[in-house]
Design a binder for this molecule. Structure first.
Ligand code: AGP
Length: 613
């Protein structure tokens, strides 16, 4: 997705903006630009390509200026090019935008009929032109800006600045993430927290439909109304300052060569951090989430909606929650859930699982569930994100900023949160006896050290990846609670190494996939010593019999004689084995990407948060 930044204060603005854009690179982009106001007035520098390419076109020495905006563009309308890069300007007004203006064609026609000549193919360019158009009708700049925004339909996070109003910056949020950094006589805005974490850990999370006016010594947040009207926002709604406990280092690489590698090795800590507050008393967590005993006992069904890796976490949760709490659980891809006529009501609990809290389809699913009266709970990793603020309640994963596009530590943190929910619901509904609950809780307390042990297979996994280098397709098989882990392993490989991979329930082999098996095809089989082990062993043998190369992930050393490659993980409670079985699959995807020379932290075509449909 695009990234926007803005700064006003006493520092030299351009280095601050460029550093902020650098920190947002993980969002994925194809062009970049900045605009600033100095002694010569308003200047814009923008280019297709990377931030390094933008550096090359900046004037040196850098002009002295204290205010500016910046943008990294991930193309949605118009190919990556210099002219389509942001910022876009008209009549001294400059705009940077993340999101999609859905009615831009209609606005473009109206503005063209007024004599505007567009210089780009973007939807964004209608915004500065709309503001200019309203100013030509006698409105002030601020009135024109608010009127222009009320003309827009779609999702947008906007940064706006005007040469006619050099002492102010404006940030507007509607459907795309936007945070305000609060410093000492300086303010920042950005699409995401890491952009300016080195300057401040105090942030305001704007709500949809809000505008924030920033000057060197003042900040005002207003709720936008129809036709450019607005009124001051109350402290309680989106205008309050939240202190974030993340440090800049947490958002940096800490000596690792890749964010993804760092984040995989953070998992022991992030799983521990996610569970620590409630592990000793899971039922108390339900009370804190607003899930009263009456609601919990009256629950008839639980719906989970999510995308990608978060969806896989939901699939794992189905096995655990149904087993421990005896509540039927439906798990669905959010983009499917949102468009069908969902049978959901007030006796249902809806859980959205989302690392970013900004995934458009997941937000839409959550809103649909809320409209139909379900209690909505978001399992989310970003404080103040849209999902966390719109849900009736939020259970934060404590994974810290996940910069790598491939979700790893957020996934295991989601599993941890979902285990807490399963145990809590089971205990509260009298389905999980105290002894069983205690066993699970004790196992979860050991999980960080067990994950540490599973991570120790990194070198061995790298060697295996070296031995299957050149494979253009892989199959991942799992049964029961590890079937979602097979899906997750395949997704990781696809998105990081660009090798085609499919995850399948191992029991499905005879229904089609076994036709894929040919000599040397790598087949990853997740085979924990559980009640399905013997069945999975048969799958291993049928793959071997057809020349497939079996790579098994298991806690059973005896499989060394049955498979071509064995990756051992520590034994764990069957309900918790996904925490450990996913680790070698994450490592496998990572080393496949590195050996294939892909951009592991910023894979092609992908963005960290899919904030548009
Ligand atoms: C996972 O590795 C992918 N990056 C992607 O599938 C991701 O899980 C999905 O887009 C959902 O994102 P969210 O958790 O932020 O909603």
């Amino acid at each position: 997705m695009c990234g926007i930044v803005g700064y006003i204060g006493n520092r030299s603005a351009i280095p601050v903006l460029m550093d902020g854009l650098k920190k947002l690179e993980y969002r994925g982009y194809d062009s970049a630009g900045v605009a600033y106001i100095n002694g010569n007035g308003l200047e814009i520098k923008k280019t297709k390509g990377r931030i390094e390419d933008l550096h090359k076109i900046l004037p040196f020495p850098l002009p002295e200026c204290k205010i500016g905006v910046g943008h990294t563009r991930w193309a949605t309308h118009g190919e990556p090019s210099d002219r389509n890069a942001h910022p876009h300007a008209c009549g001294g007004v400059v705009v940077v935008h993340n999101g999609i203006i859905e009615n831009y064609q209609q606005l473009r026609s109206r503005l063209t009929s007024e004599g505007h000549e567009f210089s780009s193919e973007t939807d964004t360019e209608v915004i500065p032109r709309l503001i200019s158009s309203h100013m030509e009708k006698g409105n002030t700049f601020e009135e024109s800006m608010k009127k222009a925004v009320s003309d827009l339909r779609g999702s947008y996070a906007l940064g706006i600045m005007s040469g006619n109003c050099p002492g102010k910056l404006f940030a507007i949020r509607n459907g795309s993430p936007l945070v305000i950094g609060v410093g000492q006589n300086e303010y920042f805005f950005a699409s995401d927290i890491p952009a300016f974490l080195q300057f401040t850990n105090k942030f305001i999370f704007l709500e949809d439909g809000q505008i924030c006016m920033l000057s060197r010594d003042d900040i005002t947040v207003e709720n936008l109304g129809p036709n450019g009207s607005s009124k001051k926002a109350r402290q309680s709604s989106g205008a309050k300052v939240v202190e974030i406990s993340w440090t800049p280092e947490m958002a940096e690489k800490d000596g690792f060569d890749y964010f993804m590698l760092k984040e995989m090795y953070e998992q022991p800590r992030t799983v521990r951090d996610t569970m620590s507050e409630w592990l000793d008393n899971p039922p108390k967590m339900l009370d804190s989430l607003g899930l009263t005993p009456k609601m919990v006992l009256g629950l008839r069904r639980l719906h989970i909606a999510a995308c990608g890796t978060s969806y896989h976490a939901g699939l794992v949760a189905k096995y655990i929650i149904e087993a421990l709490a005896h509540i039927p659980v439906d798990v669905e891809i959010a983009s499917e859930f949102r468009y069908r006529d969902q049978l959901i009501d007030k006796n249902n609990l809806f859980i959205s699982i989302t690392q970013s809290g900004e995934t458009a389809d997941t937000l839409a699913a959550q809103r649909e569930a809320s409209k139909k009266g379900a209690f909505t709970l978001s399992i989310c990793n970003v404080v103040g994100s849209t999902a966390s603020r719109e849900a009736d309640s939020v259970l934060y994963t404590r994974a810290g900023p996940e910069i790598g596009v491939a979700s790893t530590k957020a996934f295991t943190a989601q599993l941890a949160a979902l285990c807490l929910i399963a145990i809590a619901l089971g205990m509260k509904r009298g389905r999980l006896i105290a002894a069983e609950a205690e066993t699970l809780i004790n196992q979860l307390k050991k999980m960080p050290s067990l994950i540490e042990k599973a991570l120790a297979s990194g070198k061995h996994v790298k060697d295996i990846v070296g031995r299957i280098k050149g494979s253009r397709s892989m199959l991942y098989l799992g049964r029961g609670i590890n079937y979602p882990i097979a899906l997750e392993g395949a997704l990781k490989l696809k998105e990081i190494s660009y090798i085609h991979a499919e995850g399948y329930p191992a029991g499905e082999m005879k229904h089609g996939p076994i036709a894929l098996i040919e000599r040397g095809l790598p087949v990853v089989v997740i085979a924990p010593m559980d009640n399905l082990f013997e069945k999975t062993l048969s799958n291993i043998e049928e793959v071997k019999a057809r020349g497939g190369k079996v790579i098994v992930v298991t806690d059973e050393p005896g499989l060394r004689t049955k498979a071509d490659e064995v990756i051992e993980v520590p034994p764990a409670h069957p309900a918790l084995s996904p925490f450990l079985n996913v680790i070698p699959l994450q490592l496998m995807a990572f080393w496949s990407g590195v050996l294939n020379g892909t951009d592991v932290d910023k894979p092609r075509n992908l963005a960290k948060s899919v904030t548009v449909e």
